[in-house]
Design a protein around this ligand. Structure first.
Ligand SMILES: *[C@@H]1O[C@H](CO)[C@@H](O)[C@H](O)[C@H]1NC(C)=O
Ligand SMILES: *[C@@H]1O[C@H](CO)[C@@H](O)[C@H](O)[C@H]1NC(C)=O
Ligand SMILES: *[C@@H]1O[C@H](CO)[C@@H](O)[C@H](O)[C@H]1NC(C)=O
Ligand SMILES: *[C@@H]1O[C@H](CO)[C@@H](O)[C@H](O)[C@H]1NC(C)=O
Ligand SMILES: *[C@@H]1O[C@H](CO)[C@@H](O)[C@H](O)[C@H]1NC(C)=O
Ligand SMILES: *[C@@H]1O[C@H](CO)[C@@H](O)[C@H](O)[C@H]1NC(C)=O
Ligand SMILES: *[C@@H]1O[C@H](CO)[C@@H](O)[C@H](O)[C@H]1NC(C)=O
Length: 917
């Protein structure tokens, strides 16, 4: 306590020096909606407001009607922008700083702007893709204000008005104020935002805001006949790193007019609202003689704090770290205690409710690309806000996938969209796109070579444009491409060799015919295209188009059956790997309700534990199939010992909180008197260990590119554990048998049974009594010092890299069973990479790339942890290696190689463990 006061004192000196100047408005975004005037200064706050023109193009401007105008109505409320059209209209706020919390405030004054006085009106507000608040306007002369503390995860955010069918949305002003990092502590961060419920300045006579409050929070006066006001002109020390209430706010307080008890209440919109409060107390009277002020603070009868004495001309606060809920009204009572001579006081309080961040925003690369496409072609439609999220507001013409972490765009249909000019290079930035329909437009110029980088592209329809030039052979390298329609364009006759060959053997439907482009085919159905009109076209062409469509569909279905690896979006099998269809999640908000199973259910799921997949340190692992058809792996813990129960529960708890595409996700768990089990998603291709050790056939060996990809996936998973988790987690048992592979060879890290968390950010290591891990993978430094750091995982990862390169286990069998590092040493000194690299690769690898990975592995396994790279650095290096690999792969004649890859993907390496087969 003493420490804290000393610190406060030092801080206050510093702030006093800084505070002598007017606070800065740098970073403020102040928008007067519906005002055509470009810029003006607010006479009271001296904050500069700008017109909303540069932030939105939809909607129309209105002035409020004169009967509601008087001198107290601020300029920003005199006009508004209303949105009669579109379900969602968004302000695009480009100037926010990424990774900073903002106060976001919107105001609404109806003022009978449309002369219809049609009230009440009701609509929703979103920040980005997440619901913020429902606005209900019933009084035309009232100013409604909503405010949130929200974290900008990108350098762009949006505020959207949603028409929910109960009136036309409108808005009068929009203000964003950057908050200092750390202000409001855990209340607002990358995974949490809060909505203001109330902010009251007790005993004040006027609003307090900027410049008194450098963050422009608005503090509303709060008074009651049963209270008397105390105030001071003396400077109150408000220095603090957590809430920084303005001095002006602390200079007034209230105390009961009579008696020894002060009470006030707070209304929540719903008992389910999760609330956070901050109560501020400052003693404003110099207490002389034996005068004392001591009180208890209770909320709904529950004591929150006892024997509290506010500090004189400094301030104290009470806040909660866990939200409270359960009532629609909260009654606060401050009660003077028996040894107090004075009644209680309070200076101010704030209450916030938790905002649910349920949606993930679309991948930022996809968003940038779509914004450029929208700009280039001046596309109107409903293209506002996030392209994919929330799902019900997906932009017209787009299809998206919503897993595993960020929504991604998989299809763009701009056929008959009135597009002119060249094909935007931004289409090539939609990395996950599977179909692109641009037919029946007025596009000219060449096809950008960069479209050949869209490795997932299956359908490219550019028919009926005025495109010229040559057909880039990059399209022929696209191994996933199934339909390429260039009919009705004027290309040079030359068709690239690779494309012609694929077309000859029926691997691609390639069209480049002279067709009548005045006939517009029926729109290609997209999954959410409800508004499709029946086209009025000549019957024969409809039939023709239908036949073509059927043929294409049949072709695609056949093909996708043949190439199992690339299961189409809607293929239904009795028990499918649904790892591609995980529930929506955001990087920030990882609230998986993991399911609790009973023993009986596990029996059903596993068909009486009939299929054993393996045996781990933990117990047996069984295969199971949920009611939904989803396959799972169930790790049962033997009940023979009670030891480890706490660790087990901690792991289950931990696992429900972390989520990353490269970590095996927990589906649920079972804890009852009969069983203790963890239910994981099932990984088709089993562990990396099995895939490397499978000496059965060279054909099945992972190729170099696949190994790089797996290394990168695993590194990303590990980096997430080290840097993305709060508190950070050390895995402690990274090895090839804990890296599992999905059907599509995506790698995920498993088995967090030995994981340890750092308890605070500044802790650099965890001391353990005992070294755990797997022989061959254990960090020698940890072995010596018993101090576990994230660099111990880096060491183990280095060993995994060596295994990927050499195909050898960490303890290489043979005379003396030597460690893999010793095993490579002789070849390393002679500089002979061929002796080191796995012979199963049959020499098919790029030596430069292999050297790079080898070097990385050696850095990771450096003797001293401090000399090893961080996982972030590892990820960056692996990414660049993989990109080079892809580039060189493209520059070769990939025609046959590309198809080898798909066959490998479709091979039948069995489920989870070798024992399953
Ligand atoms: C946003 O930033 C740009 C460039 O930094 C600047 O010109 C513009 O005035 C800013 N807009 C607002 C509203 O602050
Ligand atoms: C001015 O307008 C505000 C808001 O419309 C209203 O609350 C206030 O009573 C009005 N004041 C006067 C003096 O008319
Ligand atoms: C915002 O992010 C985009 C893409 O991530 C980048 O191109 C742009 O330069 C960034 N703008 C600022 C002001 O940082
Ligand atoms: C101190 O308290 C006693 C009784 O509690 C009272 O009689 C006395 O007047 C007080 N002194 C002052 C200076 O207030
Ligand atoms: C204040 O709280 C203390 C400790 O909880 C309790 O003993 C005391 O009776 C309370 N006093 C009043 C006036 O509520
Ligand atoms: C009042 O009594 C409580 C409990 O005995 C004690 O902690 C506190 O310091 C006292 N305060 C004063 C001002 O005497
Ligand atoms: C197609 O482009 C050529 C020039 O590249 C131009 O001469 C011709 O008029 C265009 N045709 C149409 C229908 O726009």
């Amino acid at each position: 306590m003493l420490d804290r006061f000393l610190l406060l004192f030092a801080l206050s000196l510093m702030l006093a020096l800084v505070n002598s100047q007017q606070p800065s408005t740098a970073g403020f975004i102040s928008i007067d909606c519906g005002n055509a005037n470009s810029k003006y200064l607010d006479p009271i706050t001296k904050i500069s407001y700008v017109s909303d023109d540069q932030f939105i193009s939809a909607g129309s401007n209105f002035d409020i009607s004169s009967e509601h105008i008087n001198s107290t109505v601020p300029t920003r409320e005199l006009n508004l922008r209303s949105f009669p059209d579109g379900l969602r209209n968004c302000y695009r706020l480009k100037n926010v700083s990424q990774n900073r919390a903002y106060l976001v405030r919107a105001t609404f004054m109806h003022g009978n702007y449309d002369g219809k006085n049609n009230l009440p009106t009701k609509f929703d507000l979103h920040i980005g893709v997440n619901y913020w608040k429902t606005i209900i306007i019933s009084d035309p002369s009232a100013i409604y204000t909503v405010e949130a503390l929200s974290y900008a995860t990108a350098n762009l955010t949006s505020v959207c008005l949603i028409n929910t069918g109960s009136g036309t949305p409108f808005i009068s002003s929009l203000e964003l104020r950057p908050l200092r990092n750390g202000l409001y502590g855990e209340y607002v961060n990358a995974s949490q935002s809060v909505v203001l419920v109330t902010r009251r300045d007790m005993g004040a006579s006027d609003n307090v805001r900027f410049p008194d409050d450098p963050y422009d929070r608005v503090w509303n006066p709060s008074n009651d006949p049963s209270w008397v006001t105390l105030s001071t002109d003396l400077k109150v020390d408000n220095a603090d790193d957590l809430f920084e209430p303005p001095i002006t706010v602390l200079q007034t307080a209230v105390t009961p007019a009579t008696g020894r008890q002060l009470d006030f209440s707070l209304d929540a919109a719903s008992p389910d609202d999760k609330l956070y409060h901050v109560l501020y107390f400052t003693e404003l009277q110099a207490l002389t003689g034996n005068a004392t002020r001591v009180f208890n603070i209770t909320r709904n009868g529950e004591t929150r704090f006892s024997w509290y004495t506010p500090p004189y001309l400094s301030y104290g606060y009470i806040y909660n770290t866990e939200p409270f809920e359960g009532y629609s009204r909260y009654q606060y009572v401050l009660d003077a205690t028996s040894n107090s001579t004075l009644p209680p006081i309070i200076n101010a309080f704030e209450v916030y409710s938790l905002m649910h961040l349920t949606q993930a925003a679309t991948d930022s690369g996809d968003v940038d690309a779509m914004e450029e496409i929208k700009l280039q072609y001046q596309i109107k439609r409903n293209w506002m806000g996030d392209p994919c999220a929330p799902k019900s507001y997906t932009w017209d013409g787009l299809n998206c996938v919503y897993s595993p972490d960020y929504p991604r765009i998989t299809s763009v249909n701009l056929s008959s969209g009135g597009l002119t000019g060249e094909i935007s290079r931004s289409f090539a930035m939609l990395k996950d796109i599977k179909s692109l329909y641009l037919s029946h437009n007025k596009l000219n110029g060449p096809i950008p070579d960069s479209l050949g980088s869209l490795s997932a592209l299956q359908v490219l329809d550019l028919s009926c444009n005025n495109l010229t030039g040559t057909i880039p052979d990059s399209l022929g390298y696209l191994s996933s491409l199934q339909v390429l329609n260039l009919s009705g364009n004027n290309f040079n006759a030359y068709v690239p060799d690779n494309l012609r060959k694929k077309s000859d053997v029926g691997l691609i439907t390639f069209r480049h015919d002279k067709i009548d482009c005045t006939i517009v085919p029926s729109p290609v159905p997209t999954s959410d295209n409800k508004k499709t009109k029946t086209p009025i076209i000549l019957i024969p062409s409809v039939v023709g188009a239908l036949l073509l469509l059927v043929a294409v569909v049949v072709f695609i279905v056949r093909r996708s059956r043949k190439l199992q690896g690339r299961a189409s979006d809607d293929s239904v099998q009795p028990c499918v790997d649904q790892s591609q269809q995980r529930p929506d999640s955001t990087k920030q908000q990882v609230l998986f309700e993991s399911r609790k199973f009973t023993y009986k259910e596990l029996e059903n799921i596993t068909n009486n534990f009939s299929r054993v997949m393996g045996k781990g340190g933990f117990g047996m692992v069984y295969h199971g199939c949920l009611e939904t058809g989803k396959q799972v792996a169930i790790k049962m813990r033997s009940l023979s010992s009670q030891q480890g129960m706490m660790e087990f529960l901690a792991e289950a708890q931990n696992l429900t909180k972390i989520y990353h595409r490269n970590l095996v996700s927990l589906v649920g768990y079972c804890v009852d008197k009969n069983c203790l089990a963890l239910v994981y998603e099932y990984m088709q291709r089993g562990s990396l260990h099995e895939n490397l050790q499978d000496k059965a056939g060279r054909a099945k060996a992972l190729n170099w590119g696949q190994r790089l990809r797996i290394a990168l996936d695993a590194a990303q998973g590990l980096e997430y554990m080290h840097k993305g988790c709060r508190p950070p987690i050390i895995h402690r048992d990274i090895k090839t048998s804990n890296i599992l592979l999905s059907e599509g060879l995506e790698a995920r890290i498993a088995d967090f049974g030995l994981s340890k968390s750092f308890h605070s950010d500044d802790q650099t290591h965890v001391s353990t009594k005992m070294v755990v891990g797997t022989p061959g993978y254990i960090d020698p430094e940890y072995h010596r010092t018993y101090q576990l750091t994230d660099k111990s995982d880096v060491y183990s990862f280095g060993i995994v890299l060596l295994e990927l390169i050499t195909g050898r286990p960490p303890i290489v069998p043979g005379p003396g069973n030597i460690h893999i590092m010793q095993w490579i040493a002789p070849s390393l000194s002679s500089g002979n990479i061929d002796e080191i690299v796995d012979e199963n690769l049959q020499g098919k690898y790029d030596p430069t790339s292999a050297w790079k990975i080898l070097e990385l592995a050696l850095k990771c396994t450096a003797d001293k942890g401090s000399q090893r790279p961080t996982m972030f650095e590892v990820v960056m290096l692996l990414k660049s290696c993989l990109e080079q690999e892809i580039d060189s792969y493209k520059s070769e004649n990939i025609y046959s190689k590309g198809f080898n890859v798909s066959q490998e993907t479709a091979s039948d390496i069995g489920p989870f463990g070798p024992s399953a087969r």
